[in-house]
Design a protein around this ligand. Structure first.
Ligand code: HEC
Length: 189
């Protein structure tokens, strides 16, 4: 806990001092948006988990393939609207071509998260505050679609994934691997 606070504040100081071109943001706003980011990512994450879990129970992983998708839930839309933000997930090994690392900042932060140098963090860029939080392969169920294609992903799911995502990179993960980042972009004035 102490360690993560250290990184949070070290991160804030670093980012405040690195962004001289941006309008100033006070510490209170940082703390407020950090909290918002945490809450929003938790709701989005648990919504996805519930949806994927239910779909697996109903028709197996091959039926659930469409449910690990932010568009599969209206909750994500309402969170975006209510908070004036855009929620996405990005990864260096992305399945959906839209979910790759987008810019230099994504790539730099990716390296820090990958080396466990950062817990969730908020970055101030121009008119935006961007919240990032790591996503882990947190449970064995993830492996039904992101695990070993020979032994963990069944053939019906594999077929479906190949059809929908011909350039899929998001396989071969193990339990607790770092899988991606929540990225929540808040527009600020
Ligand atoms: C039933 C299959 C299935 C299961 C189970 C599943 N996923 Fe996915 N996952 C997908 C699909 C399909 C996509 C692409 C969604 C899209 O088009 O945006 C995806 C995308 C993602 C992404 C976004 C980055 C990317 O590669 O496009 C993350 C992060 C992710 N999954 C994490 C997880 C985690 C963590 C778990 C376990 C809690 C999990 N997934 C379980 C099928 C699955």
């Amino acid at each position: 806990m102490k360690r993560s606070y250290f990184y949070l504040f070290a991160g804030i100081i670093l980012l405040v001092s690195c962004n001289q071109n941006s309008s100033k943001i006070d510490l209170e706003s940082y703390v407020e948006f950090q909290k918002k980011g945490t809450e929003i990512s938790q709701i989005a994450q648990s919504t996805l988990l519930v949806n994927v879990g239910k779909a697996i129970q109903k028709g197996g992983p091959e039926h659930a393939v469409e449910f690990c998708n932010l568009q599969a839930s209206s909750i994500v839309d309402s969170l975006n609207n209510a908070n004036n933000c855009v929620i996405s997930r990005v990864s260096i090994k992305n399945r959906n071509p839209e979910n790759g690392l987008k810019d230099k900042q994504d790539k730099e932060l990716w390296t820090l998260f990958q080396n466990n140098l950062l817990s969730d963090t908020l970055v101030h860029v121009k008119q935006k505050l961007v919240y990032y939080k790591p996503i882990k392969i947190g449970m064995p169920a993830c492996l039904k679609c992101h695990g070993n294609p020979e032994t963990e992903i069944n053939s019906a799911s594999s077929e479906k994934l190949k059809t929908l995502y011909p350039n899929d990179l998001a396989v071969g993960y193990k339990l607790n691997d770092f899988r991606g980042l929540w990225k929540i972009e808040f527009e600020i004035k």
